[in-house]
Design a protein around this ligand. Structure first.
Ligand code: PMP
Ligand code: GLN
Length: 385
């Protein structure tokens, strides 16, 4: 009798995500984990109390498919106050199980076999697999150190009749690059007269530094109609393990998004949605985040000054890139491994975010950590060098 054969893989070239690989390696070697992006401090006890309150009051059954209306309304008001446009909470906002599900759902709903999707590399690692599993084709546009800025004219040359979507990520993980409002104008100029969709991953909307302001596609009146933006409560409220987020944007796109969402998850965690609705209605819960994280960025950078690592400017996100060219010539994947095993500090090699594995000898550190963790990591690195 023939034994059961492995199925033909839909993603034959994919291994395990770098975030799992590096976190596992960090655990194995008891390294300080500055690799995977998550805070090592807890979320606000008041938020946990609100969630418990709703659980105790019996808010424990299915939420409405697009999310509880109270939360969608608060999100609409927040988008209005920050970006100047109020999405319709009934038709233009959907609560998701984190930004990852929102991104996968958007791509699945909108990308058909043969469609081209432009990715800006280094690109966050969940975009390409979602495109590929839906039969789409990835068209990469590469950024590089030290500034990782987009040349919009060059990017424009990639747009053709098969282009269906461009995915932007602002503030940009892993580079820390933050887009200016004129860049959204440039994007609009490129797309005017086409049916290209903009998927804008804005999970770090509140982590923009040096007095700058986040520029959302939701606040760009010309881009709005062709755009969906994705957000993550995990990033904003220090609870990545809750896997809660949302998508917002054009009704035309959201209609298709929800067709997939309703059969993908149907709806997401009810008591968390009610707790988040109460919590989010007070803007002081997110107003101070830029200062909070900018201080961490600067604190970590100050500790790294004593090392030959060369910092790359970080305007947003909770990641700081460093070039290690003055320390070693080995590949960034080997270097990240060596740092974990020999220095006791885990990082992410940036080449994994390029389709072609471009190695600029750059590694990414997450600074969403307590000062004592950042200090200890800096000390371990100084000692190892
Ligand atoms: N996009 C980017 C750029 C990210 O860094 C992350 C990680 N938070 C996500 C999406 C996924 O967010 P979530 O954890 O809410 O799924
Ligand atoms: N967004 C996080 C990062 O960039 C990782 C999330 C995950 O592990 N999937 O590190």
């Amino acid at each position: 009798m023939m034994s059961f054969q492995s199925p033909a893989s839909k993603l034959p070239h994919l291994g395990t995500t770098i975030f799992s690989v590096m976190s596992e390696l960090a655990r194995e070697h008891r390294a300080i984990n500055l690799a995977q992006g998550f805070p090592d401090f807890d979320c606000d006890p008041h938020l946990k109390m609100l969630v418990k309150h709703y659980m105790d009051r019996g808010f424990n059954q299915y939420a409405p498919m697009p999310g509880v209306p109270e939360l969608r309304k608060v999100i609409a008001a927040k988008i209005h106050s920050l970006y100047g446009r109020k999405p319709n909470p009934d038709t233009e906002i959907t609560i998701t199980a984190g930004a990852t599900q929102a991104i996968f759902t958007a791509i699945t709903a909108l990308i058909s076999p043969g469609d081209e999707v432009i990715l800006i590399e280094p690109a966050y690692d969940c975009y390409a697999p979602a495109v590929l599993v839906n039969g789409g084709r990835v068209v990469p546009y590469s950024l590089g150190p030290p500034y990782y800025r987009i040349d919009w004219n060059k990017l424009g040359t990639l747009i053709g009749p098969q282009t269906r979507m461009i995915i932007i990520n602002n503030p940009h993980n892993p580079s820390g690059m933050v887009m200016e409002s004129r860049e959204l104008d440039a994007l609009h100029s490129l797309l005017k007269g086409t049916d290209v969709i903009v998927l804008s991953d804005e999970v770090y909307e509140h982590l923009v530094f040096d007095g700058k302001k986040h520029q959302s596609v939701l606040g760009h009146s010309d881009l709005y109609e062709r755009s969906l933006a994705t957000f993550s409560f995990g990033k904003t409220f220090h609870n990545t393990g809750w896997k809660m987020g949302y998508a917002a944007g054009s009704e035309k796109l959201m209609k298709e998004f929800r067709k997939v969402h309703q059969y993908n998850v149907f709806s997401v965690n009810t008591p968390l949605q009610y707790g988040l609705a109460d919590y989010l209605s007070n803007s002081s819960t997110y107003d101070g985040l830029s200062d909070f994280y900018q201080e961490k960025r600067d604190f970590f950078a100050a500790h790294m000054e004593a090392t030959p690592f060369k910092p790359i400017p970080c305007g947003g996100t909770y990641f700081q890139l460093f070039n290690y060219g003055a320390i070693s010539n080995i590949s960034d994947v080997e270097f990240a491994r060596k740092m974990t095993v020999d220095y006791g500090v885990a990082t992410i090699p940036v080449s994994v975010f390029y389709t072609g594995g471009t190695d600029h000898k750059v590694v990414r550190f997450c600074f969403a950590k307590k000062p004592k963790t950042l200090k200890a990591a800096g000390e371990r690195i100084v000692r190892a060098l």
